[in-house]
Ligand binder design. Structure first.
Ligand code: PLP
Length: 459
C-alpha cells in the first residue's frame, strides 16, 4: 500500500517546505504510527526520531493520558471561543499553569494556534506598546540572519532566511537583521580567525555579535527601535548555541536603548535546554515570549505569547480593545491537552532530568563524534545538538552545491535515525523522554551515517 499512498500524495498534496516536482522520482516516506521515540513507516521500518517531529514531541509518542484528555474535553466542550468576554475552564487553567512556570515578571498569556501566529501577535503587541507609550516612532524590530520565526508574512519577515524572503512578494516593513552568534561559521572558519588560522576567542566573538546589534540600532536611529527578537538557541538556523558572553552583552545593549526583548521560545520552551524556558537558562527577562510546539508536545496545534508585566499592564490599562485574535485562540481541546502535557512533564520530572542527566550524558557522547574525520564541531546543550560537517582533506566546508548534508541526512534515515540537515550542519532534537540507551543508539546510528557518507565521498 506504500505505492498507493505515494500515488495519492503525488497527485494531490502540496507539501510544506518541499520541491513539489521532487516527489515525482521517489515519492514520500509514509509514516503510519509511532510510540516512544520511534516512528514506523508503511514498509515496516522502525526509525528513531532524533528530531521529535519538528522539535515538538517533547513527551514522546503514544501518550494515552494526552489522548484521554483530548477525548474527555471533546465530549465536554469541543469548541468555544474566548472572544468578547467569554472563557472556558481549560484555557484559564492553562494560562494559570503557564504563568506559574514562567519567570516571575510574566503574569499574562495570549493564545494562538501556532508559533507563527504567536510571533505575528508579538510584533503587533510591541508596536502597539510603544504607540500607547507615546513613542509611535519606535517601530523597527531587529532580528537575526537565518532566524526562523514562522511562515506567515510577519513570520517570514521577522525570520532571516534569504530564500524565504525571495518568495511571495513584499515583506512587513521596518524589520532589520543582524549576524547570528555562529562561532563555528564565522569565528572558527570565517573572517574571525587570525591570519595564522587560529580561531577567534568565542567570548570576544559573542561580544562582537552584540556590538553588531548596537551598530544596527544606531544606523536605524536610536529612538526608532521597538524590539529585538531572537531564540535563546537558534534552532532551524542551525542549532546555534551562542558563546556565554553573547546574551549578557545583548541585554546591556537593549537596556541602554530601551528596547523590548522578544524571546522566541517555540523550540527552546518546555524543557529543550533543561529548563522550562531557554530564557531561564540564559537568565533573560523577556517582555514577550512566543511559545508553541512543546506546549502540547505537538499532539494538537496550540501556541501563545507569554506577556511580561510592563507590556501587559500598558495594553490592559491604556489600550482599550486589542483588535486581534484567532478562531482557535485557546481552543478548549488543545488547551486541555497542553494542560495535561505540562502536568506530565512536571510529575515525571522530565525537565530536570534533561538538565541533570540526559543533557550532560548526550553532551559527552556527542562531543566524542568530533573524532570522526567528517566532523568539524559537535555541540549540544540540553537535548539539542549539531554536527558541523567539513571536508576531511582540508578541514574546511564542502562546496554547498555537493549537498553533503542532504546526503548524510538521507543515509541517516536509511539507517534508522531522523537527523535534520541545514546545509552541512546536522541537527538533533530528540523527544525529552529518550533514555540513555536510546541516546547510545542515536549516537551509533549517527556515527554509521557519517561513515556511510564518508564512504560515498571516497567511492
Ligand atoms: N518560531 C520558531 C523558533 C520555530 O522553530 C517555529 C517553527 O519551526 C516557529 C516559530 C513557527 O511555528 P509554527 O510552525 O507553529 O507556526
Amino acid at each position: 500500500h506504500t505505492r498507493d499512498y505515494q500515488a495519492l500524495d503525488r497527485a494531490h498534496y502540496l507539501h510544506p517546505f518541499t520541491d513539489f516536482k521532487s516527489l515525482g522520482e521517489e515519492g514520500s516516506r509514509i509514516i503510519e504510527r509511532a510510540e516512544g521515540v520511534y516512528i514506523h513507516d508503511s514498509d515496516g521500518n522502525r526509525i528513531l526520531d532524533g528530531m521529535a517531529g519538528l522539535w515538538c514531541v517533547n513527551l514522546g509518542y503514544g501518550r494515552e493520558e494526552l489522548v484521554a484528555a483530548a477525548t474527555e474535553q471533546m465530549h465536554q466542550l469541543p469548541y468555544y471561543n474566548s472572544f468578547f468576554k467569554t472563557a472556558h475552564p481549560p484555557v484559564v487553567r492553562l494560562a494559570e499553569q503557564l504563568v506559574k512556570l514562567a519567570p516571575a515578571h510574566i503574569n499574562r498569556v495570549f493564545f494562538t494556534g501556532s508559533g507563527s501566529e504567536a510571533n505575528d501577535t508579538a510584533l503587533r503587541m510591541v508596536r502597539r506598546y510603544w504607540a500607547l507609550k507615546g513613542r509611535p516612532d519606535k517601530q523597527w524590530v531587529i532580528s537575526r540572519e537565518n532566524a526562523y520565526h514562522g511562515s506567515t508574512v510577519a513570520g517570514v519577515s521577522l525570520g532571516g532566511m534569504a530564500p524565504m524572503h525571495a518568495q511571495g512578494g513584499p515583506l512587513v516593513p521596518k524589520i532589520a537583521h543582524v549576524r547570528q552568534p555562529y562561532w563555528f561559521k564565522e569565528g572558527r572558519l570565517g573572517e574571525g580567525r587570525s591570519q595564522e588560522g587560529s580561531p577567534q576567542d568565542p567570548d570576544a566573538f559573542g561580544r562582537d555579535c552584540a556590538a553588531a546589534i548596537e551598530a544596527k540600532i544606531l544606523a536605524l536611529g536610536e529612538d526608532q527601535v521597538a524590539a529585538f527578537i531572537a531564540e535563546p538557541v537558534q534552532g532551524a538556523g542551525g542549532a546555534i548555541i551562542p558563546p556565554e558572553s553573547y546574551w549578557p552583552a545583548v541585554k546591556e545593549v537593549l537596556e541602554k536603548y530601551e528596547i523590548l526583548l522578544v524571546v522566541d521560545e517555540v523550540i527552546c520552551g518546555f524543557g529543550r535546554l533543561g529548563e522550562w524556558f531557554g530564557s531561564v537558562h540564559y537568565d533573560l527577562k523577556p517582555d514577550l515570549m512566543p511559545i508553541a510546539k512543546g506546549l502540547s508536545s505537538g499532539y494538537l496545534p496550540i501556541g501563545g505569547v507569554l506577556v511580561g508585566d510592563r507590556v501587559a499592564e500598558t495594553l490592559i490599562e491604556e489600550g482599550g480593545e486589542f483588535f486581534h485574535g484567532f478562531t482557535y485562540s485557546g481552543h478548549p481541546v488543545c488547551a486541555a491537552v497542553a494542560l495535561k502535557n505540562l502536568e506530565l512533564l512536571q510529575s515525571e520530572g522530565v525537565v530536570a532530568r534533561v538538565r541533570d542527566d540526559l543533557g550532560p550524558y548526550l553532551a559527552g557522547r556527542w562531543k566524542a563524534l568530533e573524532a570522526h574525520p567528517l566532523v568539524g564541531e559537535a555541540r549540544s546543550l540540553g537535548l539539542i545538538g549539531a554536527l558541523e560537517l567539513v571536508d576531511p582533506a582540508s578541514g574546511e566546508r564542502f562546496d554547498a552545491s555537493r549537498g553533503i548534508g542532504t546526503l548524510c541526512r538521507d543515509l541517516c534515515f536509511a539507517g534508522g535515525l531522523v537527523m535534520r540537515s541545514v546545509g552541512d550542519t546536522m541537527i538533533i532534537s530528540p523527544p525529552l523522554v529518550i533514555t540513555r540507551d536510546e541516546i547510545d543508539e542515536l549516537i551509533e546510528k549517527a556515527r554509521g551515517a557519517l561513515d556511510d557518507t564518508l564512504a560515498r565521498l571516497t567511492d
